[in-house]
Design a binder for this molecule. Structure first.
Ligand SMILES: Nc1ncnc2c1ncn2[C@@H]1O[C@H](COP(=O)(O)OP(=O)(O)O)[C@@H](O)[C@H]1O
Ligand SMILES: [Mg+2]
Length: 297
């Protein structure tokens, strides 16, 4: 008797592939040659200070913006290079969570109704089934029945973020892009939301692109990280490794900017930040001569 041939494990491909992404606004390049792949269940951080191109990258991933060049492929389907309507439809497997979702909830609807809305639009089934599924989703993110029956204004920031996550999950996305999703929350609430996200990832295999200026938060929730500066990826790698042994001076600068509870240390860090800042600015000015005929201010 011969042993049966071992059945090869299916090799799942990346759920998101981003290649050579460029986004210009007029002559200004907000995103400059950004590329990465994301496997199912992976969590990638995108860090960088304000203005480094993180949100623009996220909006391109979500189909909200067409890139100037480059491609976004989601679960094997190319999202870019299509009409806005087509792009958004194909990008539905990728859902975005913003810093404060308040404005994205209809103030006249209860939270449960808002969570049921994407089901009504995109899922088969009756109203009753949608209501039941919405209740399940609210339960999954740790919101009470009572919170579900409330209008968005009656929820706390943390509860609203849970509701936004429930609504995003309604269409069974493969990827969540979280843009500064916990930035407006108190530290203890941040920790609760990060724990929820970790549980969801473990339970569903959903993948995250976690955009943040806060390296402390990114350390908790991501396996890999891209460091962006002026639209470019200046450093990438395993999160622990990059944060422990940053190679790029800009990554060190970001790390130094994490507030320390120790005042003296903080002051030392601040001085170092100021010094690094000047060095980086100088290097930039030397690297990019001002274009002819344009002022630099
Ligand atoms: N619609 C737009 N038109 C012109 N410039 C923009 C637009 N959106 C973003 N930018 C510019 O692109 C740069 C990157 O912005 P953004 O992606 O929001 O950075 P981040 O999220 O890292 O703070 C900024 O200088 C910003 O002013
Ligand atoms: Mg941003």
């Amino acid at each position: 008797m011969t042993e049966p041939e071992p059945v090869p494990e299916p090799v799942p491909g990346p759920v998101l592939e981003v290649a050579s992404l460029v986004k210009r606004f007029g002559t200004f390049t907000a995103v400059d040659d950004v590329g990465f792949t994301l496997m199912p269940g992976a969590s990638l951080g995108i860090v960088g200070e304000s203005g480094s191109g993180k949100t623009t990258t996220a909006r391109v991933l979500a189909g909200l913006e067409e890139p100037t060049s480059g491609t976004v492929t989601l679960a094997g389907e190319t999202v870019t290079g299509r009409s806005r309507r087509d792009r958004l439809r194909r990008a539905r497997l990728l859902q975005m969570i913003f810093q404060d979702p308040y404005g994205s909830f209809d103030p006249r609807q209860t939270i449960a109704e808002s969570v049921a809305e994407p089901l009504r639009l995109h899922a088969p089934g009756s109203r009753k089934q949608h209501r039941a599924r919405a209740a399940e989703l609210l339960d999954q993110v740790g919101l009470s029945r009572r919170a579900g029956q409330s209008p968005p204004r009656d929820l706390s920031g943390g509860q609203r973020q849970r509701a936004a996550i429930a609504r995003a999950l309604a269409v069974r996305p493969r990827v969540l892009v979280l843009d500064e999703a916990v930035a407006a929350l108190d530290v203890s609430i941040q920790a609760q939301i990060l724990t929820l996200l970790e549980e969801l990832r473990a339970g569903t295999g959903i993948a995250y692109v976690f955009v943040s200026h806060d390296l402390g938060v990114v350390r908790h929730i991501t396996d890999e990280v891209l460091v962006m500066r002026h639209g470019r990826v200046v450093e990438r790698g395993a999160t622990e490794h990059v944060l422990r042994t940053p190679r790029h001076p800009y990554t060190r600068l970001l790390l130094d900017s994490i507030p320390s509870p120790d005042w003296d240390l903080d002051r030392v860090a601040r001085d170092r930040v100021a010094r690094d800042r000047r060095a980086l600015d100088l290097a930039d000015r030397q690297a990019t001569p001002a274009p002819k005929g344009e002022t630099t201010c």
